[in-house]
Design a protein. Structure first.
Lengths: 320, 299
């Protein structure tokens, strides 16, 4: 049998190995793709073959691939992520500029989704097979299937085009000084759009987890003792049902990042996702690589933390 | 050796008709899945016969019909910025989107089934390496990885299919591996091994056939995922290229035409949502019908 410490150690080692694979996979996929990092220069009509060779050499692209990877990985660990091909700025700065907008968007969407998802999941579980439950199940499935970009387009159409109540994009009114109310108004549509995918997942998992817990003996015992329905649901059932939901937050991350990319593109939101889309147009290889590995790293860390927290709360996990 | 068929897949042992009957009875009770199956059949037929059903050439440009609203000038669902018939384009786009969906599903399922069976049966180093590779690929947000790949290859039906499969095989691998891990300890496998069956034979003849149920579920959900991913990539301009229509690329410029022609933006999205929801519900229904333990937690 394995103790908590051994489990932690094993999980951390796993995460490090996966991290190495992630950087390796990302690096080789982008590097071996036709076109490659120097493709943008090759497109320019004023480029002679010699110029191209010189640039290839200056970028270090003529070295063997494993040497390039090692030098890139060493730089990456020390915070030197190279320079953007687009404007020569330091990659870490280019990306760091965009992180706050993405964090604000994701956190707002997450909070709204968590509240709505928990509430709807609890009601669904308590009133299983009711009209509300059926509608919520249908709604969740549609929400998981709807393309986020189209949902965003429809939101803009209804709230900006038809009702003129909310701005169709940007993080704040262009040219205006910073104002919290203005920022919030700009946040509603993107955060709502991104939140829809998350609400669906949260409500479905909450419902399933609550149903599992409600069947347990200790709930029956609590009821037999005369504990009121509301108290049973919130104090006894929900607290236990919430434990597996910890891992859900970690598992959801890749999906949320993907949703954020599309949402940012639709709403001209100056975050990492939009930067990624722009960088692809420019074949801005160092920035692309940086964002790819950064997001994957955050996903791995998120899952690691979720697993460790889960194991710390619930000792049954470690032994399975 | 042909006389001893101890290892014949246990799914076939007993009365297959009875099992099929139970499956069918369970499946039919999942009403959303049944409706979805019908919807998918309808979409499939509409795509196959798109050429015959579509009243107009989906590529024919007619500027005098530019932004004709629904029901005007003989356009049931209106016309787009080049006067092309939206309904005809939706039908032909459905062909493309469903083709990518099914093709990507096929590649995803084959890769996932093979890797999952290998990892689960051989175990040891092979399993560890495959598992960590799966973890690594699952860490990339799918759209980021897809865009990165799509931007570097010349977009076509085939390249879309391959890159969607490259970013989708992991879930199938995990599901199949889990199933194989429990199957490989059962008596019929020990029996087959005792009779001298090779590892390859055990995997191909005894283990894989028993994962058919789980693979059917994974395949259905893969189609939904592939259709959705194709629409994202095509919408962002790195997927199916105009003038060829897919549901995703019909929405390319939709944002600029809201004020004048909302129908250009509305209908393709409705089709994507309809198709993806149907495949997801069908996958759900199949899972419930195949796995009785799962039923209680669903409606």
């Amino acid at each position: 049998m394995e103790g908590l410490k051994q489990y932690f150690a094993r999980r951390v080692i796993q995460a490090v190995v996966v991290l190495g694979l992630v950087s390796l996979a990302g690096f080789s996929l982008l590097h071996l793709a036709p076109g490659g990092p120097a493709a943008i220069y090759a497109l320019s009509p004023t480029m002679s073959a010699e110029d191209l060779d010189r640039i290839t050499h200056e970028l270090g692209l003529d070295r063997p691939i494993h040497v390039q990877y090692l030098s890139w990985a060493k730089g990456f660990l020390s915070g030197n992520w190279g320079r953007s091909y687009r404007d020569g700025r330091v990659v870490l700065e280019v990306i760091a500029d965009r992180v706050p907008a993405t964090v604000v968007l994701m956190l707002s969407a997450f909070s709204v989704a968590l509240l709505l998802g928990l509430a709807s999941g609890i009601v669904s579980a308590v009133r299983q097979y009711s009209l509300f439950d059926h509608l919520a199940t249908l709604g969740a499935m549609v929400a998981l299937s709807i393309p986020t970009f189209w949902l965003g387009l429809m939101a803009i159409y209804v709230f900006s085009e038809l009702l003129h109540t909310l701005p169709p994009g940007n993080i704040g009114t262009v040219g205006a000084p910073f104002a919290l109310a203005d920022r919030l108004r700009h946040l509603i549509l993107p955060a709502g759009t991104l939140g829809v995918v998350m609400v669906a997942t949260w409500s479905r998992y909450t419902r399933a987890a609550m149903l599992d817990v409600i069947g347990e003996d200790y709930i029956r015992t609590a009821r037999a003792k005369g504990v009121t329905q509301g108290r049973v649901i919130l104090r006894h059932a929900l607290r236990n049902a919430l434990i597996p939901l910890v891992t859900l937050a970690g598992l959801q991350l890749p999906l949320v990042f993907s949703g954020a990319l599309v949402t940012e593109t639709i709403f001209t939101w100056p975050g990492m996702g939009r930067l990624f889309v722009d960088s692809i147009g420019y074949r801005d290889y160092p920035v692309l690589m940086g964002i790819l590995v950064l997001t994957a790293t955050l996903v791995i860390l998120g899952n690691l933390v979720a697993d460790l927290v889960y194991a710390a709360i619930d000792p049954r996990v470690r032994h399975s | 050796m042909s006389a001893v068929v101890v290892g014949a897949a246990p799914g076939k042992v007993g009365a297959p008709e009875a099992l099929a009957g139970i499956f069918w009875a369970r499946f039919v009770r999942h009403r959303p899945a049944v409706i979805s199956a019908l919807m998918i059949a309808l979409l499939g037929l509409a795509s196959i016969f798109a050429g015959a059903i579509a009243m107009r050439d989906p590529l024919r440009i007619d500027m005098s019909h530019k932004f004709a609203p629904p029901l005007a000038k003989g356009h049931l669902l209106g016309a787009d910025e080049l006067g092309r018939d939206v309904l005809s384009r939706l039908l032909h786009a459905g062909r493309i989107s469903l083709t990518v969906g099914f093709a990507a599903m096929a590649v995803t399922v084959i890769v996932g089934a093979v890797l999952g069976t290998l990892a689960g049966y051989v175990r040891g180093a092979v399993d560890t390496v495959l598992l960590r590779l799966t973890d690594a690929m699952l860490s990339f947000p799918p759209i980021f990885m897809l865009l990165a790949l799509a931007a570097f290859v010349r977009p076509s039906l085939a390249s879309m299919t391959v890159i969607i499969a490259v970013t989708s095989w992991m879930d199938v691998t995990r599901m199949v591996r889990g199933q194989i891990l429990t199957l490989r300890e059962q008596e019929f496998v020990t029996g087959a091994r005792g009779l001298g069956a090779s590892g390859a034979r055990i995997m191909a003849r005894h283990l894989l056939p028993n994962t058919v149920g789980i693979i059917a579920v994974a395949a259905t959900l893969s189609v939904a995922r592939a259709i959705l991913l194709e629409s994202y990539i095509s919408f962002l301009g790195y997927g199916i290229q105009p003038p060829l229509a897919s549901w995703g690329n019909m929405l390319n410029n939709a944002q600029s035409y809201f004020a004048t022609a909302p129908w250009v933006a509305i209908f393709p999205g409705v089709m994507i949502t309809l198709a993806v929801t149907s495949f997801n519900f069908l996958g759900d229904g199949l899972r419930d019908a195949l796995d009785p333990r799962h039923v209680r937690s669903r409606s």
